[in-house]
Design a protein around this ligand. Structure first.
Ligand code: SAH
Ligand code: SF4
Ligand code: F3S
Length: 508
C-alpha cells in the first residue's frame, strides 16, 4: 500500500491517463496510437518522446484504446504494486485485442527493461517489449510486428538522452512542462530498481535543454520542471563524450551486479560526482534556464541529499523565478538504516543540508520520500524517522512500505524481515505525523500574500481558479476578469485545508 500527498511531479491522478496529439502524414498515416503512462514524471516525459517519434512516422494518437492500432503502456517497477497495476491493465487490453486481432500491444519503460523477453512468455498478448533507451527503434519494431514477429529491444545506452527530439506536449495545459535533463541513475540505493531499469547516469547537453525551455516560454509556457533521478549530479562536459567513446564502465545490468559484487568494487556512487571538474554543473544549468525570462518559473526534481551543494542553494536564492521548493528524499531518519540502504549520507549529514537550506533560502519548502519497514529496521530506528520529521517539519511527503524488488542489492543481501502489519503500522504513524506537519505549514501561510501562477479552473468548481505558489502549495481563489491561466497573481491567503490554501486576489 502506498500513501502519498500528491504534487505535480508525482501526480497520481494522471496515472494511466491517455495522451493525445495531432498527426503528421507519413508511412503509418491513418494508424492510431494509444499510450498511457505509470510511474514517475520521467515516464510521463518519455511518453511525450515516444509520441513524438511515432507521429514522425505518421501515427495519430487516440484517447480510446479500443479503436487503436497500437496500444502502448509505459510501465513502472518501483514497487510490487506498480507492477500488479500494469498486469491488471494488460488484462483489460486483452479484451480489446480479442475483438481486434490486428492490434499491436507494446510494453515500454521500466517493467519492460526489468523483465525483458520474459514478458513475451508471461503475457501472451504482448507483441513488443521496449526499454527506456530504445524508443528510437520503435517504428522499426512495429514494422517487425506487422511482419508477424514479436519484437524486443531492451538495450541500455551510455549516451542516449533524446536531446534532439522535441517532445510533443500531450494533454498539456500549455503552462507547465517537464524537461528531462539527464537519464539513468548511478547511485545503487540498495532497495531501488531504477539503476537496473534505466541504466547508467548521463547528462543531456545544456544548450539543447535551454533551447527546449526557451521554445516552451515562447509558446506561452510559464513553468518548467527539470527532471532527473538525481539532478544535483548533473554534469555536462565535452569530455563526457570521450569517456563514453572509451566505454570505461559497462552499463550495469542485473546480470552484471553479481560480477561487480564479487570483484569487491565499491558500489556506492559507481560514478561519483566530481564537482570540481570543468563543465556545466546543475547550479550553472539552473542559472542558464532561469535567465530565459523572469516570468518563467523553474522547478526541479529530484535532489539527492548527498549531492545538493551550497552553490545550488545560492543560485536558488539569487533568482526569484527559481522556486523555493526542494524535494529532498530522506528514506529513513536512522543512520544505520541509511547505511544499509546505501544512501551514502547519515542523519547528521541530512540535518546539515536542511540547516543549509534554511540558512541560505529562508522559507524554502522541503518535501521528502520515506520508506517504512526496510530490512532489519527496529522500533527505535523507526522512532528516529519520526523525530527527524519533527526536526524538519516537511511541507509534504510521499510515504511507502518497503517492497522488495528482485535483483536489487537489498534483495540479494538482506532478508525482507519486517512483517507487513508492522510496516503498515509504521507507515500509518508517519502518515499521521506528516498530516499534522502539512497542516501546521499551511496554517502558517494564512494571512500572507503568495505569488501564484494560474494553471486553470479548480477541480471542484468553474467559479475558482487553481494555481501554485512559489513553494509548490496548491492555491484556490475566485475567477476574475482581470486575470487568466498562464498569468501571475498575488493572492491573500485567508484559510486552508490540510493540502490546499484558499484566498482572494489582491490588486497590487
Ligand atoms: N531518485 C529519487 C527516487 C526515485 S523513486 C531519489 O533518490 O530520491 C521514488 C521513491 O520511491 C524513493 O524515493 C523511495 O522512497 C521509493 N522507493 C524506491 N524503491 C522502493 C522500494 N523498493 N520500496 C518502497 N519504496 C521505494
Ligand atoms: Fe533509486 Fe537511489 Fe537512484 Fe533514487 S538515487 S533512483 S532511490 S538508486
Ligand atoms: Fe520512474 Fe518507476 Fe521507472 S519511478 S524510473 S517509472 S521504476
Amino acid at each position: 500500500m502506498d500513501l502519498l500527498i500528491p504534487d505535480k511531479t508525482h501526480d497520481e491522478s494522471r496515472q494511466g491517463e491517455a495522451l493525445v496529439l495531432e498527426p503528421i502524414p507519413g508511412k503509418n498515416s491513418g494508424r492510431k496510437l494509444y499510450i498511457e503512462s505509470y510511474g514517475c514524471a520521467m515516464n510521463f516525459s518519455d511518453s511525450e518522446i515516444v509520441a513524438s517519434i511515432l507521429t514522425e512516422s505518421g501515427f495519430e494518437t487516440t484517447g480510446d484504446f479500443t479503436s487503436a492500432d497500437v496500444v502502448f503502456i509505459n510501465t513502472c517497477s518501483i514497487r510490487e504494486n506498480a507492477e500488479v497495476r500494469v498486469r491488471n491493465r494488460l488484462k483489460e487490453f486483452a479484451g480489446a485485442k480479442a475483438k481486434n486481432p490486428g492490434m499491436v500491444v507494446g510494453v515500454l519503460g521500466c517493467m519492460a527493461e526489468r523483465l525483458k523477453s520474459k514478458f513475451l512468455e508471461e503475457e501472451k498478448l504482448v507483441d513488443v517489449v521496449v526499454g527506456p533507451d530504445a524508443y528510437r527503434d520503435l517504428p522499426n519494431l512495429i514494422d517487425k510486428v506487422d511482419d508477424g514477429q514479436r519484437a524486443v529491444n531492451v538495450l541500455l545506452s551510455r549516451e542516449e538522452t533524446y536531446a534532439d527530439i522535441n517532445p510533443v506536449r500531450l494533454n498539456s495545459n500549455g503552462i507547465n512542462a517537464f524537461v528531462s535533463i539527464m537519464r539513468g541513475c548511478d547511485n545503487m540505493c540498495s532497495f531501488c530498481v531504477v539503476p537496473f531499469t534505466r541504466g547508467r547516469e548521463r547528462s543531456r547537453e545544456p544548450q539543447s535543454i535551454v533551447k527546449e525551455c526557451q521554445e516552451l516560454f515562447d509558446k506561452g509556457y510559464r513553468e518548467v520542471t527539470l527532471l532527473g533521478q538525481n539532478v544535483d549530479s548533473y554534469k555536462w562536459a565535452p569530455e563526457t563524450e570521450k569517456i563514453i567513446a572509451e566505454g570505461e564502465k559497462p552499463v550495469l545490468g542485473m546480470d552484471l551486479l553479481d560480477k561487480v559484487l564479487a570483484s569487491g568494487e565499491d558500489i556506492s556512487g559507481i560514478n561519483p560526482v566530481d564537482h570540481s571538474k570543468a563543465g556545466v554543473s546543475f547550479a550553472e544549468l539552473l542559472e542558464m534556464v532561469a535567465l530565459i525570462s523572469p516570468d518563467l518559473r523553474v522547478r526541479f526534481s529530484t535532489s539527492h541529499p548527498k549531492d545538493i551543494t551550497d552553490d545550488v542553494l545560492y543560485t536558488i536564492a539569487k533568482y526569484d523565478n527559481i522556486c523555493n521548493y526542494i524535494h529532498l528524499p530522506i528514506q529513513s531518519g536512522n543512520s544505520r538504516v541509511l547505511k544499509l540502504m546505501n544512501r551514502t549520507y547519515d542523519r547528521e549529514w541530512y540535518i546539515n543540508r536542511v540547516d543549509a537550506i534554511n540558512r541560505i533560502i529562508p522559507g524554502c519548502a522541503i518535501s521528502t520520500d520515506m520508506i517504512t519497514g526496510f530490512c532489519t529496521e527496529t522500533e527505535e530506528e523507526h522512532q528516529e524517522t519520526l523525530s527527524m520529521m519533527d526536526y524538519v517539519q516537511f511541507y509534504f511527503a510521499y510515504m511507502f512500505m518497503y517492497s522488495e524488488r528482485p535483483g536489487t542489492l537489498a534483495a540479494k543481501r538482506y532478508a525482507d524481515d519486517i512483517p507487513e502489519d508492522v510496516k503498515l503500522r509504521r507507515l500509518q504513524e508517519i502518515v499521521a505525523k506528516q498530516q499534522q506537519h502539512s497542516h501546521v505549514r499551511l496554517l502558517a501561510l494564512v494571512g500572507t500574500t503568495q505569488k501564484v501562477l494560474i494553471e486553470g479552473f479548480s477541480k471542484k468548481s468553474k467559479n475558482d481558479y487553481a494555481g501554485r505558489s512559489d513553494q509548490n502549495m496548491m492555491v484556490i481563489f475566485p475567477v476574475g476578469e482581470d486575470y487568466k491561466p498562464g498569468e501571475y497573481v498575488n493572492v491573500l491567503i485567508e484559510r486552508c485545508t490540510t493540502a490546499t490554501l484558499m484566498g482572494t486576489v489582491i490588486v497590487s
